[in-house]
Design a protein around this ligand. Structure first.
Ligand SMILES: Nc1ncnc2c1ncn2[C@@H]1O[C@H](COP(=O)(O)OP(=O)(O)OP(=O)(O)O)[C@@H](O)[C@H]1O
Ligand SMILES: [Mg+2]
Length: 286
């Protein structure tokens, strides 16, 4: 056994399991998707295999952000779930020129209804065997799928910007993660941190009680162009400040890998913890 394997065994973590990173936000339009794809591409540049699951099953835009014209989405994978193995799953994933492999969201929002937690977990477990890192763009706020993703994830990245409404909701999201006992794996990304705003990036960090957030500068031109052409800016505009901040984050994330602690076994689902009354049979409150 190598020392690396020994350490991972001590940590009680399957050494063959990749690391799952859930990228969440309490508000839409804050940069969840652009940060997910750029971070994924930046990690791939370090010769580390990376898969991305678009977990925004209704309105996912990872495919658009990467200009993928995929024949297959998670819908087609679920249609074969009974016989799915890692090899067949690989055949469904879209190869982006950045090197990352992507499972896009269904083409239409109504298809999201056919996606269950069990199916998603089965797909994720296979992706975690195939890749060193698996990123999930979770969509906005909390729903059953998001809660499942964050419970399963090794790291949770919560994206915010400097707007008051976003900060208010991000604070609520962080408090909820705290309540669920997940705060140890949560890290905040303050996106567009250099944007002119009445609230500064350091104010935002204080409001969120986050001592060491990741800061991503504001660069609308680079970001919108990258989204429009479907090429992560870390690929062709690696010298820009915004790309450098992503490389720095990729470095910090990958260097942390050894320090991840094993997840404790939980008996109750996160939904039960959040909504204990709602889930009691017979609806009687105690
Ligand atoms: N650091 C940044 N600097 C400037 N503009 C940015 C930055 N990050 C994101 N943007 C812009 O913000 C917009 C939203 O980005 P993106 O689509 O990644 O957000 P999202 O959170 O995934 O949105 P949705 O909730 O709709 O999925 C885009 O126009 C993007 O160019
Ligand atoms: Mg998005």
């Amino acid at each position: 056994m190598t020392s690396q394997e020994e350490m991972q065994t001590v940590n009680n973590k399957d050494p063959n399991r990749g690391e799952m990173i859930a990228v969440c936000s309490a508000k839409g339009g804050v940069g969840r998707t652009i940060l997910t794809v750029n971070l994924a591409a930046a990690i791939y540049k370090k010769n580390i295999s990376v898969g991305v699951l678009d977990g925004d099953f209704q309105f996912g835009d990872v495919g658009l952000a990467l200009d993928l014209h995929s024949t297959f989405t998670i819908k087609e994978v679920i249609e074969t779930i009974g016989s799915l193995d890692e090899h067949s799953l690989l055949g469904f994933l879209s190869n982006h020129e950045s090197g990352i492999k992507v499972l896009p969201a269904p083409e239409r929002p109504e298809f999201a209804d056919m996606i269950t937690k069990e199916n998603t977990n089965s797909i994720l477990d296979k992706m975690l065997k195939l890749f060193d890192y698996v990123f999930v763009d979770t969509g906005v706020g909390f729903n059953d799928h998001t809660l499942n993703f964050v419970e399963k994830a090794d790291q949770i990245l919560v994206v915010t910007n400097l707007e008051m409404a976003t900060l208010k909701n991000t604070k609520l999201m962080l408090e909820t993660f705290d309540k669920l006992g997940l705060s140890e794996k949560v890290k905040v990304i303050i996106n567009r941190a250099t944007m002119e705003s009445v609230i500064s990036a350091t104010d935002a960090a204080q409001i969120l009680r986050e001592e060491t957030p990741y800061y991503i500068p504001n660069d609308f031109q680079v970001c919108s162009q990258s989204l429009n052409i479907g090429i992560p800016f870390v690929m062709k505009q690696g010298k820009t400040e915004v790309a450098k901040s992503i490389f720095k984050m990729a470095e910090l994330i990958t260097s942390k890998r050894q320090a991840i602690q094993p997840k404790s076994v939980k008996n109750n689902s996160l939904l039960d913890k959040l909504f204990p009354m709602k889930r009691k049979k017979g609806g009687k409150s105690l």
